[in-house]
Structure formats: C-alpha cells, structure tokens
Design a protein around this ligand. Structure first.
Ligand SMILES: Cc1cc2nc3c(=O)[nH]c(=O)nc-3n(C[C@H](O)[C@H](O)[C@H](O)COP(=O)(O)O)c2cc1C
Ligand code: SF4
Length: 490
C-alpha cells in the first residue's frame, strides 16, 4: 500500500547532536533523576517508548528473541523502557505479546529479570497494556459479496430499482452474484458507507457498534481485564504499566470526539473519558498506590473531527486528577485516514497523514520531522500544570539529539524525553551521551525502513545495522535468514 507523503518533500539534515563531556552530562537536565508519585525513581529522564518488534511466539508469549530485543535496549541504561503493546484480553492475536492469563507470567518475569540484569538495575521497566478491536484483511471483491456481506432487504430493493429486470424474489445467491457484477457507481448507491469500507479496506469494528454485544459490553469487561493485566505485570516484577490510550486502538477510540456511543460512553467529553477513567481506577484499586500506573494518549489525532491539543489538555488534567503517575504523549496513528491496503492485507494505521505525524520522516514539509509535535505536547503539559498537577509528561516524536532533548526539558515541553527510532538505531545512545561518548552515536536517518517492516508484520530491525557482522558468534537472525535481530555493539 502507498503511504502518505507530505506534499512538500524537503530533505532535512539531522539536527546537531550535541556531544556533552561526561561532566557536562552530569549537570544536564536529561540525566537528572525524577521521582514519580508512586515513589518510583527514574535514574534519568530518558525513555525508550513502546515498539512492537514482531518477535513474540504465535501464542503471544515471550520468546528468546523478545528477551534479546529488550536486553539490548537495557544495555543502553535508559531511565525507562516501555515494553511493546501487550494484549490484556486472552484472545489470539498472532505474534503480539499477551498478558491476559497467568500462563504468561513465567515469560514476562524472565523479561523483567533480563532487563534488570542488563541495565545493572538502573532502568525501570513498564509494560504497555492494550486492547484492540477486530480488523479484517481487505477481501477479494468476489469473496466479499459471496461470504462477508450481510444481506439486508435494502440491498434487494435498491437492486430492483436500479435494475428493473431483477426480481425482488431472487434468491440470496442471485442477489450476491448480481451485486458482484455491478459497476462501482451503482454499488455506491446500494451499499452503505460501512459496507463500501469493508469492501475497500476490510471490515473494521468501531467502539460505537452497539448492535454487537461484544462491543456493547466493553465498558463492563475492560476495567477488569486491564486491572488483572496490571496485577500480572506487578507479579512479574515490572515497575509499572502504561495504559495504551493512544493511536488506533480501543481506548483511544473511546476518547475520540468521533465516538458517538449513545450509552453514556460516547458523545460529550465527559462520557468519552468515562471508560478510560474507569479503567485507570480499576487498575489503581488492583495494584495499589505504590505501583506505577501511567497512560499514553494523543496530543492530537490529526484526523477530521478527531481530538485536538485542546481536547488532549482536558484529558491530561483528568488523568492527572485521577492519580496517574505519568502522562506519555504521542501523535496521530489512526485508521481513519489509513491508505487502502492490498487485497489480503489489513489496513495499517501509520499509512495516512496521521500516521506520518506519529513517525515523521526526514523527507518532510518545511517544519521538518524533528520534535514537530513538541508545541502541542507542551500545551497539554501547561494545562496540567495550570490545573495544579505535577504529573510528569513524557514527550516523543522525532527527538534525535541531546540538544533537542535538553531544550525540550528546559523550555517545559516535557519532563521526560522518549526516543523510539533513534534508540532502535543505537540502543546505547543515551548511555553514550551520559558517558561523554556522543561522537560514537549511530544516528537514525528517519527514513522508516523499520516502520515498513512493522507494516508487513515482519521482524523489526534497523537498516543501519541489520546486515552488519552476520557471522558474529551467537548472532540471532530474522526468519528470512538475512538480518540480525539486535544491534551490534559500538
Ligand atoms: C516499529 C515501531 C513499533 C511501534 N510500536 C508501538 C507500540 O507498540 N505502542 C506505541 O504506543 N507506539 C509504538 N510505536 C510508536 C513509537 O513509540 C513512537 O511514538 C514513534 O516512533 C515516534 O517516536 P520517534 O520519532 O522517536 O520514533 C512504534 C514505532 C515503531 C517505529
Ligand atoms: S530503520 Fe531507519 S528510521 Fe528505523 S531506526 Fe533505523 S535508521 Fe531509523
């Protein structure tokens, strides 16, 4: 599928890294500790945010490759690592981590142990808890009409109006094959918007599909599912959890102004925030005040009719008032503007403009990719502070240098600096900066080879190192046999 490309395509050079000496780094804001309201102390304000690497087993368990992936980030000794989005419900979801049952405890405990060991106990480990709705792959058109379309009397009636030769008494089979043979303009008169979307993109559930009992019941089941998952994270030895209220997934969809549920969990802002607040409260009751519970949400959805920085500011104040220990901000990453997938593939929420804003590339408009959403994130933080809360705010998106990170902290955009792709390019970069070894940082080029692998559900690696030293003893290779799975040293 073709992803969104900004209309202006200016190639941006990387920002000046800034290479502090070890003693300059010791005085830097980035390397100052931070105490959360839970009592947990981050040794520094550096953060590796959640990144799905497609390495879990088919059952959603921690694999040796998952352990190796997080061990490698832990060797860079960041203040915190957030383990990838991990499903709270015990439903099959391919090689994505899960935490919906006690059988996952052994693997997750080993993961927590490995990170503690590799960072010498310096890095705090959180796990991102996610719920997501069902999305089907885009069907081949014939199969859609044959199998997936739920026939309604309106289909038959409209078909008969458009094609007088068609009998309203025709069998379902005849209706299906007649529909399959219609030109697009006529289909547009017969199918509903959602049916056309299912044909073009694959069927996707919405949080306001109240006719579907599993969707209707989400507010009844999710608080407990998140709470039990958080308790498992605590028992597995994690330092805390990050509730995933961002991007294209269930909780972000509840928060969105697009949520038109009519049962008290959609519509006005208070109703849209109700389930996220109920989940946070259930999690807190389960794990107690001294376990860290934060959430990640969007400073801007970047879609028509979606959440804005003003909305996000109100969410931030409400989450801080609810006692969340940190607020981690991201941007965009929605299904609503995703590109049309190829037949047999599922829509991917990072292919539209909102996805580009989530992971902007070096080929960008005049503003460039670097820290381009910091002003919106600063707006959310200001609102939280103005309401009297000191809750730390984690900022993210195109942060590629020490200079940028220090400025973000100094200017009050955030309290903690997260970097995903730069940490993938060089998992040691935060440690190198702290130890005065900035000159050896391997710098991300922001060209999104890694994101393209994620899109194809392939093991995520970085183009800067995945073909390097493949004959190194013990090197772990991707299933294609051509790429190493973790960054080499140096
Ligand atoms: C391969 C990949 C997987 C990601 N998976 C997640 C995820 O599981 N949860 C999440 O909140 N964000 C995820 N993200 C988004 C990142 O956490 C981050 O917000 C985004 O990459 C922008 O930060 P950066 O410019 O520092 O890369 C992912 C990003 C990448 C590149
Ligand atoms: S693959 Fe490209 S965008 Fe991704 S981390 Fe490596 S250099 Fe950065």
């Amino acid at each position: 599928m073709t992803s969104y490309r900004p209309p202006e395509r200016i190639r941006h050079a990387l920002p000046v890294l800034g290479e502090p000496s070890a003693s300059e780094a010791a005085d830097a804001r980035l390397f100052a500790p931070l105490c959360l309201a839970s009592g947990l102390v981050l040794a520094e304000r550096t953060w590796v945010p959640a990144m799905v690497p497609w390495r879990a087993t088919a059952e959603g368990e921690v694999s040796p490759a998952v352990l190796a992936w997080y061990r490698r980030f832990a060797e860079g000794e960041p203040g915190a690592i957030v383990v990838e989005a991990t499903g709270v419900r015990d439903i099959p979801s391919g090689p994505l981590l899960r935490i919906g049952d006690d059988r996952y405890l052994a693997g997750l405990s080993e993961l927590a142990r490995v990170v503690r060991e590799a960072s010498g106990g310096r890095t705090r480990l959180f796990i991102q808890l996610i719920d997501f709705l069902r999305i089907r792959r885009r069907p081949e058109a014939g199969r859609y009409f044959e199998r997936f379309l739920r026939l309604r009397s309106e289909h038959r009636a409209r078909l008969a109006t458009l094609r007088p030769e068609f009998s309203e008494q025709a069998s379902d089979e005849d209706v299906r094959s007649a529909l399959a043979g219609l030109p697009r303009v006529e289909l547009e008169e017969i199918l509903s918007e959602r049916e056309l979307e299912a044909l073009d993109y694959g069927e996707r559930e919405r949080v306001w599909d109240l006719h579907d009992p599993t969707i209707r019941e989400l507010p009844a089941i999710l608080p407990d599912a998140f709470a039990k998952a958080a308790d498992r994270a605590k028992r597995a030895g994690f330092d805390g959890v990050e509730l995933h209220y961002a991007h294209a997934y269930t909780m972000a969809s509840f928060l969105s102004p697009r949520n038109v549920r009519s049962d008290g969990y959609g519509g006005d802002r208070a109703s849209r925030m109700r389930l996220p607040l109920e989940v946070a409260s259930a999690v807190r009751s389960e794990v107690g005040r001294d376990f860290t519970v934060g959430c990640r949400f969007l400073c801007d959805e970047v879609i028509d009719g979606g959440g804005t920085p003003e909305e996000a500011s109100a969410y931030g104040v409400a989450f801080a008032a609810a006692g969340l220990d940190f607020l981690s901000l991201s941007t965009g990453g929605k299904f609503e503007d995703a590109a049309r997938p190829k037949v047999g593939e599922a829509a991917y929420p990072y292919t539209g403009k909102s996805g580009w804003e989530c992971m902007p590339t070096s080929l960008a408009d005049a503003r460039g990719p670097f820290g381009r959403n910091l002003a919106k994130q600063a707006q959310v933080r200001r609102a939280v502070r103005a309401a009297g809360f000191e809750t730390p705010v984690v900022v993210c998106g195109g942060i590629a240098s020490f200079v940028q990170a220090e400025a973000a902290l100094r200017d009050g955009a955030g309290d903690v600096v997260a970097a995903a792709r730069q940490s993938l390019a060089d998992p040691d970069w935060f440690r190198k900066l702290r130890q005065g070894e900035g000159a050896s940082v391997r710098r991300c080029s922001y060209t999104n080879y890694c994101e393209a692998l994620d899109q194809r559900h392939r093991e995520v690696t970085c183009r800067l190192w995945d073909r390097e030293a493949l004959d190194e003893p013990g090197v772990m290779l991707a299933s294609d046999g051509k790429r190493r799975l973790v960054a080499p040293r140096g």
